[in-house]
Design a protein around this ligand. Structure first.
Ligand code: COA
Length: 343
């Protein structure tokens, strides 16, 4: 290119740049508009919730004189609450205190259902990949007695559980119904891995390390099974359309879910027994003359994890039966309504 050609090119590019400028101005104006719309939606949402709470408490007072009008209004209110929940999922939310401390006030709300699904899917894949790496390292540690290799695995666990707590807090902000215990479980696991990292290399550690490596190998395999189950649930719910919505094909989903659970649960309880066995082993090791404070601390933590996991998983079953029963009854009511209308 000679200088004239360069100048011509430059002028051509200027025309394109003007177009880009106009486009960007339009985009920035729309962003402002979106911000304003979000603020108005939030205001209206709070207004709806406030007035609903007044009507609900008035209805509670009318409960003694229960009649058809009261129960039909109560049902309508239930439906409205569900709709408000759907609306809320499309609006940005405040970060939890933990996220505020770690990330500051950056916005982590995912407003699009597809992106929410992708984020959850990625979270499950992240757990799977890290479990595969932990499995390989644990098996290697069973055959090779090399301190740096042990430290690499334990350090990986500290980082993994810490990362999980952050990802799960982001999932929670975005409407996940993950139970408090599973999140607490990952906080406790971070502490456990931290204590393991500073456990000095002595005879008690040598007595324990094989059991620990077997445990990591075992839970990595269970994690793979959990991944199969969770991604199955995720894809089926996505295929059913709007998640947590009532649909006639939900029955097909439930039968798949119970099959998945009956396959997974024995292995999960196997893991909890393993945790309690570790707590017991560490309790014995704590009487060793060379035992440091890490041994009883870990024994107590594993005991807490084993009991907490057992109780939470046992509670999942009646809760799921209850939810299923409610959805089945709601489906029946909806079907009856459809039939009555078509007659
Ligand atoms: N970790 C992270 N998220 C979990 C979770 C866990 N252990 N258990 C459930 N969730 C999530 C679900 O994905 C779902 O998320 P969503 O609202 O974004 O869709 C939400 O919590 C509600 O799940 P719920 O319906 O209560 O249970 P489920 O059918 O998804 O899973 C179990 C039930 C029992 C299979 C599951 O809780 C589980 O695998 N628990 C065992 C975990 C464990 O013991 N790990 C240690 C092994 S030693």
């Amino acid at each position: 290119m000679d200088i004239e050609e360069c100048q011509k090119e430059w002028e051509d590019l200027l025309v394109d740049y003007k177009k880009l400028e106009t486009l960007n101005r339009e985009y920035v104006a729309k962003l402002d508009e979106v911000g304003e719309l979000q603020a108005s939606c939030l205001k209206e949402l709070n207004h709806q919730r406030y007035r609903l709470s007044i009507i609900t408490s008035a209805l509670k007072r009318l409960h003694q004189k229960k009649n058809e009008n009261v129960s039909s209004l109560e049902k309508e209110i239930m439906k409205r609450k569900a709709m408000l929940h759907e609306i809320e999922a499309t609006l940005p939310k405040q970060n939890s205190l933990y996220l505020k401390i770690i990330l500051g006030n950056v916005n982590v709300s995912i407003l699009n259902k597809n992106d929410k699904f992708k984020y959850k899917d990625e979270y499950e894949k992240f757990k799977l990949i890290l479990s595969a790496i932990a499995f390989v390292l644990a098996v290697a540690n069973l055959y090779i007695d090399f301190r740096p290799l042990q430290l690499i695995l334990i350090f990986l666990l500290v980082w993994y559980y810490c990362t999980l707590t952050i990802r799960e807090s982001i999932l929670k902000v975005n409407g996940s119904r993950i139970k408090g215990w599973w999140r607490l479980h990952h906080f406790i696991s971070t502490v456990v891995s931290g204590i393991l990292l500073i456990w000095p290399q002595n005879e008690p550690w040598d007595e324990f390390r094989h059991t620990f490596m077997w445990f990591i190998a075992y839970i990595s395999v269970v994690q793979y099974m959990q991944f199969r189950y969770q991604s199955g649930v995720l894809y089926r719910l996505k295929a059913l359309g709007a998640r947590h919505n009532m649909d006639i094909t939900i029955e097909g989903f439930h039968s798949w879910m119970w099959r998945g659970l009956s396959y997974l649960l024995p292995f999960l309880f196997g893991g909890y027994m393993f945790q309690l066995y570790i707590a017991y082993t560490l309790y014995h090791i704590s009487y060793h003359p060379e035992a440091t404070w890490q041994v009883p601390a870990l024994s107590m933590s594993f005991f807490l994890l084993g009991i907490g996991n057992t109780v939470t998983t046992l509670l999942v079953i009646p809760q799921k039966l209850n939810e299923q029963d409610q959805k089945w009854r709601q489906n029946k009511v909806d079907l009856n309504k459809v039939e009555a209308k078509s007659e």
